[in-house]
Design a protein around this ligand. Structure first.
Ligand code: IDP
Ligand code: MG
Length: 165
C-alpha cells in the first residue's frame, strides 16, 4: 500500500545537529522525500498539531518543546512517500518514551526525558493514514509537495504577499 507520512525533526534534533543522522537512518526505508522545509512553529500550529493531547498534564511543556523554547526555534518538516511509509518510518523512530525505545531506533539512540518530564524524542512521525492526512495538510500547502497526494481545488485569492525587493 502506497502511503505518505509526515516527519518532523524536532528542535532538540536540530540543536544536537542530528539532521544528517536522522535522514540517513530514514533513507534505509528507501522511501521518497516528496516535500521538505524548515519551519518556525507558531503557538497556533503547535496547538493544532498536538490537539489530541490538550488535556495531558505535559501539554504546555510539549508546546514549548515543539516551538523550540528549549533548543532552537525551528523544526524540519518532511513528507515521506512509498510502500508502507507509515509503519516503516515509525519502526525506525522507535517507541514514544525514549527510555523504552529500542536503543537502535532514533528515539532510543538520541532521545531523553527532561527534568520537567517531557519526552524529548527528536522526531515525530504520523501513526496512521488519517493522522498523516491531517498533519500533512496542516504543515504543507499542495504546491510544496512534488506529487499529488490529496484532491485539491483552485480558488481565487487577492492577498498581499512579501516578495524579494
Ligand atoms: P508519538 O510522538 O510517538 O506519536 P504521542 O502520544 O502522539 O506520541 O505524543 C506526542 C509527543 O508528546 C511525543 O512524541 C512526546 O514528545 C510527547 N509525549 C507523549 N507522551 C508523553 C508522556 O507521557 N510524557 C511526556 N511527554 C510525552
Ligand atoms: Mg502521535
Amino acid at each position: 500500500m502506497i502511503q505518505q507520512t509526515l516527519v518532523l525533526i524536532k528542535p532538540d534534533g536540530l540543536k544536537k545537529s542530528l539532521t544528517g543522522n536522522v535522514l540517513t537512518r530514514l533513507s534505509e526505508t528507501k522511501l521518497d522525500i516528496v516535500a521538505a522545509k524548515i519551519v518556525r512553529v507558531s503557538r497556533e500550529l503547535a496547538e493544532e498539531h498536538y490537539k489530541q493531547l490538550k488535556d495531558k498534564p505535559f501539554f504546555e511543556e510539549l508546546l514549548k518543546y515543539i516551538m523550540g523554547e528549549y533548543h532552537k526555534k525551528k523544526v524540519m518538516a518532511l513528507v515521506y512517500w512509498g510502500e508502507n511509509a507509515i509503519d516503516k518510518v515509525r519502526q525506525i523512530c522507535g517507541a514514544t518514551n525514549p527510555e523504552e525505545a529500542d536503543p537502535v531506533s532514533i528515539r532510543g539512540a538520541y532521545g531523553r526525558i527532561t527534568t520537567k518530564g517531557v519526552y524529548e524524542n527528536v522526531i515525530h512521525a504520523s501513526t496512521n493514514e488519517a493522522e498523516a492526512e491531517r498533519e500533512i495538510k496542516l504543515w504543507f500547502q499542495p504546491d510544496e509537495i512534488i506529487v499529488d497526494l490529496y484532491p485539491t481545488k483552485t480558488v481565487k485569492k487577492s492577498i498581499e504577499v512579501r516578495v524579494w525587493a
